[in-house]
Design a protein around this ligand. Sequence first.
Ligand code: 13P
Length: 262
Amino acid sequence: MQKLIVANWKMNPISAKEAFSLAKKIDAGIPKKKNIEVVIAPPFPYLECIKYQVSSIKLGAQDVFWEDKGAYTGEVSPTMLKNLGAEYVIVGHSERRRLLNETDEMVNKKVQASMKAGLKVILCVGEPKRATRDMRQGIKEAKSFVKRQLQRDLKGISKSHVANPMSLIVAYEPIWAISAGGAGKPDKPEDAAEMIRFIKQFLTTHYSLLATPVLYGGSVNSSNVRNFLQYEEVDGALVGSASLKHQEFKKIIAAVSSVAYY
Ligand code: 13P
């Protein structure tokens, strides 16, 4: 399976000019090997124009609303995103859950509406903190937290909704490992791999989803990405701040491409 690298630019950069220039530089550095897919999720206003600046990068949005059109001030619908050229959409990012009180119920509606519109959903899950003294206990608690999130966020979703394995992607992003707002220290690769194995097992057992890609996110950079991706079960990375520096992001892409098969 291809490895997936998703750049979540969050609310950056400040101008369209910088966004286009960053996207173009990243696009130019994507290796011709087809063993990776690189997705950029810029802020909404830059989506359409970036589409015309790039040839190898796929586009994603950072959020979506669950209705298709109507009186929903400020919202953007799944079909609008599709029409703008987005193939992917990030749903349920912890920053939206925390800062905007996005609930699992809202996340679930977004997942359903996006899938219906044919967008590839990147569903973010992850526990707020991990016990530091007793790691085994911390991982046990993290598993039950993530399990609860998946049960609520994927309510009503069954194998029949998942048109192809890429229709649903899960990003495991422990909140405490995110560079902004968290402690800024990445998870241990072996613990992240254990969590990802657990997520895959859960999706297989409860949703018959045998091939859902699961990414790791949280303080990924060019020095540590290989440590995560060396685990076969880690299908890629969701990258925040390091995706805003084009040299650094290019190194991440090169590192992932070097560990990906075929
Ligand atoms: P950082 O890579 O900056 O820790 O951000 C992770 C993230 O939130 C990506 O969605």
